[in-house]
Design a protein around this ligand. Structure first.
Ligand SMILES: Nc1ncnc2c1ncn2[C@@H]1O[C@H](COP(=O)(O)OP(=O)(O)OP(=O)(O)O)[C@@H](O)[C@H]1O
Ligand SMILES: [Mg+2]
Length: 323
């Protein structure tokens, strides 16, 4: 859907913001651009709707080079949400949200229903909120309207530049869920800039890690935490997150050693044994199948620790609930 071919951007003052990136964003996917401040996320995003022109290279949308397209035509098909949503203060929510459909020549009857649907989808009752002005809404509600406005014209592509960063953690969490649901339901291609790795891991289909104007890695969330390509990506994700994510998503594949008590004294009781390379799934199968309450974990034939059925089962039950 969106393809970057060796795209570079050097600003007039000589700042090399983007040093050559190749990237393919598939239709209907939510792709997060992430990286430290100044790495070029916003620049990359703004080149998609021509708010910034590349110095060299090509950007294709649906196979067409956007350099040859008029900005107005291009932007009509691209919704844009920024951190401070920028609703027009003198227009009601209804007018704000209807602006793009109206500009696209849609009749009010045509888009009215859609707008109501979208407001409902993000948890705002149209009968309550449509006639209000932006300042009569909370920050989180305004941000939801910003998302609705970007979607109202039904653009195939939506660009979102840190859209939730000004929100409190609870509104933020809710909006992330809502966006993900919306995106799976209405199949938009969404490019989402964020600083926040948890946000990217939670909502993205693909994560693009940028550093100093270059792409370090492109991967699905699970793949990224399982196989960070280098030290930078690894430290950017963070060791804690890597462990937590892997435990949460592949609890059954965690090694038995993750729930093992190391042996502190000599073995006095006879217990069955399991190899230290086994995973929790195997251990659970053994223990429940043969009704074993405890097992020694052996490494190179030597017992190194002990695991207990009750802890194992509690662990797996907890993981399933996502705690
Ligand atoms: N108009 C401009 N003129 C000169 N340099 C610019 C301009 N806009 C951005 N830059 C520089 O380009 C680099 C990339 O900026 P960009 O805004 O893309 O970063 P970012 O990854 O979005 O950062 P942040 O996370 O802080 O928003 C930075 O070094 C920035 O200072
Ligand atoms: Mg930015």
């Amino acid at each position: 859907m969106i393809t970057f071919k060796n795209v570079k951007k050097t600003f007039e003052d000589g700042t090399e913001a983007i040093k050559g990136i190749d990237l393919h964003i598939e239709e209907g996917k939510l792709v997060a651009l992430i990286g430290p401040s100044g790495c070029g996320k916003t620049t990359t995003m703004k080149m998609i709707n021509k708010l910034i022109e590349p110095t060299s290279g090509e950007i294709l949308i649906g196979g067409e080079n956007i350099a040859r397209q008029k900005e107005v035509d291009l932007r009509r098909n691209i919704g844009y949400v920024i951190q401070r949503i920028g609703l027009f203060p003198h227009m009601t929510i209804e007018e704000n949200v209807g602006l793009i459909p109206k500009l696209k020549g849609m009749k009010k009857e045509e888009y009215n229903q859609k707008v109501d649907e979208l407001l409902n989808l993000v948890g705002l009752d149209p009968s309550v909120y449509k006639k209000r002005y932006p300042l009569e809404l909370s920050g989180g509600q305004q941000q939801r309207v910003g998302v609705v406005r970007a979607l109202a014209g039904d653009p195939p592509i939506i660009l979102m530049d840190e859209p939730f960063s000004a929100l409190d953690p609870i509104s933020r969490d809710q909006l992330q869920d809502e966006l993900k649901q919306l995106q799976t339901k209405i199949k938009k291609t969404i490019v989402f800039v964020t600083h926040d790795m948890d946000e990217a891991l939670k909502i993205a289909d693909q994560i693009v890690v940028l550093k100093d104007g270059l792409i370090e890695q492109v991967a699905a969330p699970k793949e990224l935490v399982q196989t960070p390509k280098n030290e930078f990506v690894r430290s950017f994700i963070g060791e804690d997150r890597i462990n937590a994510f892997l435990n949460l998503h592949t609890p059954l594949l965690s090694p038995v050693t993750s729930i093992m008590d190391p042996l502190t004294e000599e073995i006095k009781t006879e217990f069955p044994t399991i190899d230290s390379t086994a995973d929790l799934k195997l251990a659970a199968g053994e223990m429940t199948g043969r009704n074993i309450i405890s097992m020694y974990v052996v490494e190179n034939g030597k017992p190194i620790g002990i695991i207990h059925q009750n802890l194992l089962l509690r662990k797996l039950a907890g993981f399933e609930k996502g705690v």
